[in-house]
Design a protein around this ligand. Structure first.
Ligand code: KG4
Ligand code: ZN
Length: 339
């Protein structure tokens, strides 16, 4: 009935994922299955993702996950219209596993393969969950990326800002490690911050007030290290206070940067009835950051869209959906065209 089915594969970091999504001729999307296997347990002893361990874990898990995704969706490989796999950016070992697996099964089943840019997957997810119209602004804040992007169309992106050093999630992870909190650091820092005094330490707010829309977080991490060293040995309360002060500095910095971006977006799209800011990436789970963004969007008269956390973090539904959007537009399915 004109609905297309796409199998998606995601293996760019430490999550192995497979999913089947459907896209109707009216552009409405449905997730038929969305299977994610996190490798957090494999990497936590090292305080971060180990690329070689990740690649091997993808090899072991991927075939089974693809079978599970197809079964859960009640479909078969010969019924889907296309296969989509993440081609980059990410850890090269994992990318090879996912892309080559995708290529092999697409070739065997005689289906087109869409090689998807991971960031495009994050950027288009909001159209799967919320049917957003272009152009919207997207803030991607994960362990690997910090980007403010104007999403003008499928394959048509304008990057307005990025980090000049650490990614935002990386800043959370490194701060946690420094304070002896578990990996991944974001949730640990957020929960410690709940019992802390956000005004005890005054951490830097890099680039605040500057006209360009970039971010910088490495100075903040250094300031945290120095504060911890100055008061060593740190008590649980000290850790809580540092986390609360760190989160406050982050929130204030983001507020300045994103506020500026929303101003620019508003100028460009003053009469846009559906102006929206979308968040993606694991850091979007942080409730202090979410609340700040919500208030900031209200101030600027822009709709705030936060897809469910499961779709904000790495998953294969977003890759399948990006493939479905490309398929609907008859865009090239050439893996070599993706950088
Ligand atoms: O998108 P994601 O699952 O994976 C990629 O990095 O691609 O994001 C993971 C990142 C980690 O750095 C993690 O510490 C951070 O998201 N994170 C958080 C929170 N939950 C996860 N950061 C701040 N607050 C949180 N509640
Ligand atoms: Zn991601």
């Amino acid at each position: 009935e004109g609905e297309s089915l796409v199998l998606g594969i995601e293996t760019s970091c430490d999550e192995t994922a497979a999913s089947v999504v459907a896209r109707g001729p009216d552009g409405v999307g449905r997730i038929l299955s969305d299977v994610v296997l996190s490798q957090i347990a494999e990497h936590s002893a090292y305080g971060g993702v180990v690329p070689e361990i990740a690649a091997r874990a993808h090899v072991e898990a991927l075939d089974g996950l693809i079978k599970a995704a197809l079964a859960e969706a009640g479909t078969r490989l010969d019924v889907v219209d296309a296969v989509a796999a993440t081609a980059g950016p990410g850890l090269i070992g994992g990318l090879l596993v996912g892309l080559m697996t995708g290529k092999a099964i697409a070739r065997a089943a005689g289906k087109p393969l869409y090689a998807i840019n991971h960031l495009e997957g994050h950027a288009l997810t909001a159209r799967l969950t919320d049917r957003l119209a272009f152009p919207y602004l997207m803030l991607l804040v994960s362990g690997g990326h910090t980007q403010l992007v104007l999403v003008k169309g499928v394959g048509d992106y304008e990057r307005w800002g990025t980090t000049i050093d650490d990614a935002l999630g990386e800043a959370f992870d490194k701060t946690a490690k420094l304070l002896g909190l578990p990996y991944p650091g974001g949730p640990a820092v957020e929960s410690a911050a709940r019992h802390g005094d956000p005004d005890r330490f005054s951490f830097p707010r890099p680039l605040v007030g500057e006209a360009r829309l970039d971010f910088s977080f490495s100075g903040l991490k250094t300031a945290v290290r120095q504060a911890a060293q100055a008061i060593a040995p740190v008590s649980d309360q000290d850790v809580a206070d540092i986390c609360a002060s760190f989160q406050k500095a982050i929130t204030r910095t983001l507020k300045d940067r994103i506020g500026r971006g929303l101003g620019r977006y508003r100028q460009l799209a003053a009469d846009l009835p559906e102006a929206a800011l979308v968040v993606a990436g694991g850091v979007a789970a942080n409730s202090a950051i979410r609340q700040m963004l919500q208030a900031l969007c209200a101030e600027h008269g822009v709709r705030f869209v936060a897809p469910p956390i499961k779709l904000c973090t790495d998953n294969a539904a977003m890759i399948a959906w990006a493939g479905a959007e490309r398929l609907a537009l008859d865009l090239a399915a050439d893996p070599l065209s993706v950088s």
